[in-house]
Ligand binder design. Structure first.
Ligand code: SF4
Length: 139
């Protein structure tokens, strides 16, 4: 879908300079911000929306990708061995709900994240948004 000035983008909060990452820092992307320049956009961090603290223990997809976690065939396990699948799924649903309310059709998401990543091992939020027809651009 071509961009229009009526469009609103969902964007991974850490790409915009917000310190939402597991280690309490951001991962700002000038390319992402350039893409958003002059547009309307909403920063979201699905792991925070899922109820996890910042900073928090890093977590990994285990036994599959985000699609598998959503289907109950895999899990997200943090590096202390805690299963945080429920929080990851809750955060993904919060992002989808926001996208629906705001009629968002494109999300700019952080690559190589167990929530936001798309290529490689698809994250939980990326999987849920993609399954619901939202276009994802990775940064
Ligand atoms: S969950 Fe997504 S938005 Fe939040 S810190 Fe990780 S990559 Fe960034």
């Amino acid at each position: 879908m071509p961009d229009s000035h009526d469009q609103i983008f969902l964007v991974s909060a850490c790409l915009t300079g917000l310190c939402t990452r597991y280690d309490g820092v951001s991962k700002p992307s000038s390319a992402c911000m350039q893409r958003l320049r002059g547009q309307r956009w909403i920063p979201v961090c699905p792991e925070q929306l899922g109820g996890l603290a910042t900073p928090r223990t890093a977590a990994d997809l285990v036994g599959g990708d985000g699609n598998d976690v959503l289907a109950g065939r895999a899990a997200v396990i943090d590096r202390q061995g805690q299963d945080v699948s429920r929080q990851f799924i809750h955060g993904a649903r919060q992002c989808l709900a926001l996208a629906r309310v705001q009629q968002i059709s494109t999300a700019l998401l952080k690559a190589r994240s167990p929530s936001c990543g798309l290529n490689g091992k698809t994250g939980v939020t990326a999987a849920l948004l993609a399954a619901n027809g939202i276009r994802i651009i990775e940064f």
